[in-house]
Design a protein. Structure first.
Length: 505
């Protein structure tokens, strides 16, 4: 009987390895990933697929940028953006294990100056609420406060009180970068070190993630750094890296697939790496418990993925795929996308990093899961997604023809200094033959105006080609004087509708 049991156990151990060998053939995957980035016109991609104790694949495809044909490899550094949130959540878990914090610690108890739109929410909101995106704010609410700007932590915290909620407190999902900044500030207070120092001492150094960094300047000096790209007017163009030094806990980390493999293996090994405990598994598991329901995405529905439920834990998205629980997270900079996923019951995980704004990392995650626990034949996610995307036409950005209104105010009528409670001082002035708008604290939101009506102008941001044309509408008082203006520029990530500029006398 004992010999039969031993043989049965041996079979269980052998079968997964043979499945990996067949499904994750390195040679076939290398050819496939090269084909995918060619199809999607992505300059470069890096991929790692790992088990708890071995490497199935670590490789790069394509190039660092379109103008420097240096190949991507497993050590190529990418901005991983919001994948940084999983690191921040894990540090919080470490602090909870050390009794420095509790997941249910009220933010107000640690940051007395913290204030939100509602006095009750201000008093009651906890780290758990912040980490699980259930504060009542809309997705990406307030990101214009800090994005492309040099404003400091204290300024950001002071201004979020002006953000109006989209949902009831603890009722709906509202993705918030700013709440992760606040989690990072609380980490600094708990450990009496900068966020970058805590990140390095608790996670990066123990995991031998020596090239990984949350410091923008340090990343920019790396000679093996992938460059961001976007699709603009039918062409792939390079984008400059924006510093996220004022938002490190939410999206400031740079890493590569070799070092992210160490991170995934730590998570698959219950918080240990190379037999050294990094984070107590009890608290990692709490991060992976459902906190906030999520809807299935448009892509999930179109591809008819075998996913019944999605939700968000603390720092992690959760889903079932063919009946298996998976933890995952994506990240996006302007011109760069990341996607990581782990499936604990299969003791396997993967990371996909692309240096272009693209769906490729997401659909390759689904392809990976399909190969891991799919049934019968592969679902061909990359091919089917590409066919879907070809049916969607990206709006073109066209210059508007100037329209002379019945009462054509002179340019000086619109010029002056304006103020908004979220982004601060703004100036409109004459520049050459055009009116020009400049948000003073921003490094990128500087645009020119083209008149379309008496009090309406088209707005173009030359330094942010990924943004489509916007529209400015001026408001006047009963005396015919400019009171202020609003910006109409629909965008899923940057909410210009949250801004209302008043003219300063």
């Amino acid at each position: 009987m004992k010999s039969i049991i031993r043989l049965s156990l041996l079979a269980i151990l052998i079968i997964p390895q043979s499945v990996f060998t067949q499904t994750f053939s390195e040679q076939k995957l290398n050819a496939y990933y090269k084909q995918v980035i060619d199809t999607y016109n992505v300059p470069g991609l890096a991929v790692a697929i790992v088990t708890a104790d071995s490497i199935i694949l670590q490789n790069g495809y394509g190039y660092l940028s379109i103008d420097k044909r240096k190949p991507v490899n497993k050590n190529t550094l990418f901005g991983i953006a919001s994948l940084s949130k999983t690191f921040t959540a894990n540090i919080i878990a470490k602090a909870v294990a050390e009794n420095k914090l509790s997941f249910d610690t009220c933010i107000k108890d640690i940051l007395p100056n913290f204030k939100l739109y509602d006095s009750y929410v201000t008093q009651e909101i906890t780290l758990r609420d912040a980490l699980s995106h259930r504060t009542g704010l809309e997705n990406f609410s307030g990101d214009l406060i800090w994005y492309g700007s040099t404003v400091t932590d204290s300024t950001i915290i002071n201004r979020i009180r002006h953000l109006e909620p989209e949902h009831g407190f603890r009722t709906s999902f509202g993705y918030s970068n700013i709440m992760y900044l606040i989690a990072g500030i609380i980490i600094e207070k708990a450990y009496k070190k900068s966020y970058a120092e805590v990140l390095d001492s608790i996670i990066l150094a123990p995991l031998k993630m020596e090239q990984s960094t949350s410091l923008h300047k340090e990343a920019m000096s790396n000679k093996n750094l992938a460059k961001p790209h976007i699709q603009f007017q039918g062409n792939t163009i390079k984008q400059p890296y924006l510093s996220w030094d004022n938002m490190q806990p939410a999206g400031g980390l740079f890493s590569n697939v070799e070092e992210m493999s160490h991170y995934i293996q730590m998570l698959l090994n219950s918080g240990s790496y190379k037999n050294k405990a990094i984070i107590n598994s009890k608290y990692i598991k709490q991060l992976w418990q459902q906190q906030t329901p999520l809807n299935l995405s448009w892509l999930d529905k179109q591809l008819q993925t075998p996913i019944n439920f999605k939700s968000y834990g603390m720092g992690w998205s959760l889903m079932d795929y063919n009946g298996h629980k998976a933890m995952y997270h994506s990240g996006g900079l302007d011109g760069m996308v990341s996607q990581m996923v782990i499936m604990p019951d299969q003791q396997t995980g993967a990371i996909f990093l692309a240096n272009k704004t693209t769906a490729v990392p997401t659909v390759l995650m689904y392809d990976f899961l399909d190969r891991l626990v799919g049934k019968d034949t592969l679902q061909q996610y990359p091919e089917r997604t590409y066919a879907l995307l070809q049916k969607i036409k990206t709006p073109e950005v066209n210059k508007s023809n100037t329209y002379t209104a019945p009462k054509n105010y002179t340019s000086s009528f619109y010029c002056g200094n304006y103020y908004d409670s979220l982004v601060g001082e703004t100036r409109i002035y004459q520049k050459n033959d055009s009116l020009f708008l400049e948000i003073k604290e921003s490094n990128i939101f500087k645009g020119y105006l083209v008149k379309t009506d008496m009090l309406s102008f088209d707005l173009f941001w030359p330094d942010v080609p990924s943004l489509h044309k916007g529209n400015i509408n001026f408001e006047v008082n009963g005396l015919g004087e400019i009171k202020g203006f609003t910006i109409n520029l629909p965008n899923p990530d940057l909410h210009f509708n949250e801004l209302h500029f008043s003219k300063k006398n």
